[in-house]
Structures are given as structure tokens and as C-alpha cells.
Design a protein around this ligand. Structure first.
Ligand code: NAD
Length: 426
């Protein structure tokens, strides 16, 4: 894989951005996109960096650095999550924004991709400090976001409460309540039923589709889930509801493995009470370095990027790799997986798209002030996921390509078609 150089003056760098670039290169080659069109499709339209000063609880001050990257504005407003992580960099944020674009296009949503975040460890701040920095971040972003410009959502390290603070800050500035500025809000202030569970539920639904194709009965099938936050915990719960046995689970504090099956409701109660998995069980403690290579029917990475490299890909012992996290598999691992057709990959831009699909439903309901019940939300979610899954599988069959190539090709093609129809302004 030979990568063209990053254009001079670009602010984007780092391993995650390089990964998004390498993946795009594969698709651009597959679609035979002319060289002069590629940068226009790949490089973000806008990147905003802000400094967020706050008063800390000890009476001193601190400054946190925040980012927002808006990838393209061709199909509508941009849409994407907000990540709080200690080592967050603009290249990582840009990569996540780019993946959001292909994801939204694949799902048929009228959005470009965006992503944002603040370089901080949310666990190291008090609630008051977290509220201060969240409000300051939104305040700094007000000139650049809006319900028809760029709509924020939660991601790693943020949650419904942070979205409520964002919405309140934006609303105070505008002098009226603007619920449609963020999604993933609490239901009690304009959120939608089913958004909290949507990403994990969608992951489990698509695993069911993969099992159908492979002839695996969910009841008694085994799963390993890495990451037990919003996505991992609801995916585990939804899999357990389908009869799938969770044999391994981890978060950044602990790792457990038991081939007889772990008690999912007890894990959920423990995580709700303590915020982390640490302290759940001494006898089931396992080595996180070997968790992903234990045998299972479905492996669900639901934590951070780049956990499956080429070496790990060669050692996987799952039948389905369900990429609930964004970017868990490196391009080098993809080359290894190309030689392992016995592993059915549900690529991230399909696998975790339930989150942005229900965020879209939340935005539509907020704009109309007309709310649906949870059954309607979930049924509509499954319908859109089934459509995208069907399109990806049809493309895999027609072009004999990897699942990721098929999914990304559909997304990139839609964005490219819209750009070419609209033309270049001025
Ligand atoms: P979260 O902050 O709620 O949870 C993250 C989890 O990952 C935590 O349990 C944390 O302990 C764990 N973790 C972190 N580092 C780890 C490590 N090295 N090993 C094992 N576990 C580790 O975040 P989330 O919202 O669940 O997001 C998880 C992933 O899913 C991210 O890649 C995110 O971009 C993606 N995603 C989230 C949504 C959403 O709706 N929240 C939607 C689409 C994609």
C-alpha cells in the first residue's frame, strides 16, 4: 500500500489519521477515483481548535484543549460525537469525522461526518469541573455549530449529562430551548427513547444477521466483549437477551473470562454501581492481553481504536468480528483477514451505525416536536440497519470484495456522487 503524502500545511497527523487515510486509499483505488478528486473527498472542510479555561475546585485555573472537525457539508449538516480522552489529538478527531461521513452515507442519513472532543480524563475531574469545561467548550463552539450546521452527540468519555449541559449552554445563548443542537440527551430534556441503548442494540441485531448467514444459532453461541461502557454494556445485554453466552469481558480496569458464561445482569449492576468492572470477581479475573484471542462465536471490540493489528488478526479465534468501536482493526490486520475468509467481519461503519441512526431520529423528532415511542424507534432502527446490511452483502457478492471495502465503497460513492452533482463553488 503506497500512501500519497499528506498535503503540505495539513494539521492532520498521527496513527489514527493515517489509518483513515490508508482505508480511503483502498476504496479510492477500488472505485478508480481520479487522483485530483481524492483530496477533496478525504480532507475535512473545517477544523476548529479552542482553549477552554475553567476555575478548578482548588481555587486555581486550568486550560483544556478542545477540537471539532467537520468533514464535509455536501449532504446536510455535519453530525458526530464528542470524545473526552487524555491524549486526544486533532488527527484522531479528523479520522473519526471521516469515518462518520462514510457511516452516515451508508445508512442513508442526510449528514456529513463530524467529531469533536477535549483532551482530558473525565475521571480525574469533579462533577463541577466537568460541567464547567463542557459548558465552556460549547460556548467556544457556538459560532461554528447549529441544528442545521453541525449537531453534536456523545462518544467515549461523554454521556447524556454532558449533552444536557451542551444543550443548556447553547439554549441560554440563544434565549430559547434548542433541543435539536445535540443528540444523545436525556429523555427528560428532549432526548429520544431508545438512544442510550441504540448502538449496542444495533450491534447485537447485526450479529444476529451474521449468525443467520453462517447458520449459527444465537442460543448457546458465545461472545467476548472488550469495553463495558455505553456500547459494550448494551451490546452484552442485547446479546444475552438473544440467548448468547458472554464468556469474556473487559474494560480499562479489569478483565474476566469464564467459558461457562458470565452473569450479564450482575455485570451490569456492578458497572452501574461502581462505574467500572474492577472488583466484580477475583476467581474469573483474566489477562486482558489474551482476551481477544480466546475462542468464541462473536468477538465485539467496543473500546478504543487499533486493538486488532496484523499479529492479533492472525490469532483471532472468532467466527464473527463485530466492530462496535470505531477503527478497532488496522489496515495491516485487514490484509491478514483477507486471507481468513472464515471470519465474518461486520465493519465499524455498519456495525455501530445504530447510534447515529437513532441520533438522526432524535434530531428529526426535536425539529418536529413530535415524539415516537421506543418500539417505533427500535423498529425503524432495525429497518435501516437491515437495509444497509443487505446493500453491503449484495456488494460483497457482486464485486467479491472484503466487507469493509463494500461498506466504505457505498459510503464514499454516495458522498462523491453528491459532490459531483452539486459541482464546485464558485
Ligand atoms: P464509553 O466511554 O461509554 O466506554 C468505553 C469503554 O471502553 C469503557 O468501559 C472503558 O473502560 C473501556 N476501555 C477503554 N480503554 C480500554 C482498553 N484499553 N481495554 C479495554 N477496555 C477499555 O464509550 P462508548 O460510547 O461505549 O464508545 C466505545 C466505542 O464505540 C468508541 O470507539 C466509540 O467511538 C464507539 N461508538 C460509540 C457510539 C455511542 O453511541 N456511544 C456510537 C458509535 C460508535
Amino acid at each position: 500500500m503506497t500512501q500519497p503524502p499528506v498535503p503540505s500545511g495539513s494539521v492532520y497527523s498521527g496513527p489514527v489519521f493515517e489509518m483513515a487515510r490508508a482505508q480511503f486509499q483502498v476504496i479510492a483505488d477500488h472505485l478508480e477515483i481520479p487522483a485530483d478528486e481524492r483530496d477533496r473527498l478525504l480532507y475535512p472542510k473545517r477544523a476548529i481548535t479552542v482553549s477552554c479555561p475553567i476555575h478548578t475546585d482548588d481555587g486555581r485555573g486550568a486550560v483544556f484543549h478542545g477540537y471539532r472537525v467537520q468533514h464535509h457539508l455536501t449532504l446536510g449538516p455535519t453530525k458526530g460525537g464528542t470524545r473526552y480522552a487524555p491524549n486526544l489529538e486533532i488527527g484522531e478527531v479528523a479520522a473519526l469525522a471521516i469515518w462518520m461521513s462514510w457511516k452516515c452515507a451508508l445508512a442513508g442519513l442526510p449528514y456529513g461526518g463530524a467529531k469533536g472532543g477535549i483532551a482530558l480524563d473525565p475521571r480525574a475531574l469533579s462533577r463541577h469541573e466537568l460541567e464547567s469545561v463542557s459548558r465552556r467548550y460549547m460556548q467556544e463552539m457556538i459560532p461554528f455549530v447549529g441544528p442545521h450546521t453541525d449537531v453534536m452527540a456523545p462518544d467515549m468519555g461523554t454521556n447524556e449529562q454532558v449533552m444536557a449541559w451542551f444543550m443548556d449552554t447553547y439554549s441560554m445563548h440563544h434565549g430559547r430551548t434548542v433541543t435539536e443542537i445535540v443528540t444523545g440527551k436525556p429523555v427528560d430534556c428532549g432526548g429520544t427513547a431508545g438512544r442510550r441503548e441504540a448502538t449496542g442494540r444495533g450491534v447485537a441485531h447485526l450479529i444476529g444477521r451474521a449468525f443467520d448467514r453462517l447458520g449459527i444459532a444465537p442460543s448457546g453461541a458465545t461472545a467476548i466483549v472488550q469495553g463495558f461502557g455505553n456500547v459494550g454494556s448494551y451490546a452484552a445485554e442485547a446479546l444475552a437477551a438473544r440467548g448468547v453466552k458472554l464468556v469474556g469481558v473487559s474494560d480499562h480496569t479489569a478483565c474476566y473470562y469464564d467459558p461457562r458464561g458470565l452473569d450479564v445482569p450482575a455485570l451490569l449492576r456492578h458497572a452501574a454501581a461502581h462505574g467500572v468492572l474492577a472488583g466484580f470477581s477475583n476467581e474469573r479475573a483474566a489477562d486482558p492481553a489474551t482476551l481477544l484471542t480466546q475462542p468464541c462465536d462473536v468477538l465485539v471490540p467496543a473500546a478504543v481504536e487499533r486493538v486488532i493489528d496484523a499479529d492479533m488478526a492472525a490469532r483471532l479465534r472468532c467466527r464473527v468480528l463485530a466492530e462496535a468501536a470505531n477503527g478497532p482493526t488496522t489496515p495491516e490486520a485487514d490484509l491478514v483477514l483477507a486471507g481468513r475468509p472464515e471470519i465474518f467481519v461486520i465493519p465499524d461503519i455498519l456495525c455501530n451505525s445504530g447510534g447515529v441512526i437513532v441520533s438522526y431520529f432524535e434530531w428529526v423528532q426535536d425539529l418536529q416536536q413530535f415524539f415516537w415511542d421506543e418500539t417505533e424507534v427500535t423498529n425503524r432502527l432495525y429497518r435501516l440497519l437491515d437495509r444497509a446490511f443487505g446493500q453491503v452483502m449484495a456488494r460483497v457478492t457482486a464485486e467479491r470484495v472484503a466487507h469493509r471495502t463494500a461498506a466504505m465503497a457505498i459510503g464514499v460513492e454516495k458522498v462523491r456522487a453528491a459532490k459531483n452533482l452539486r459541482g464546485l463553488f464558485p
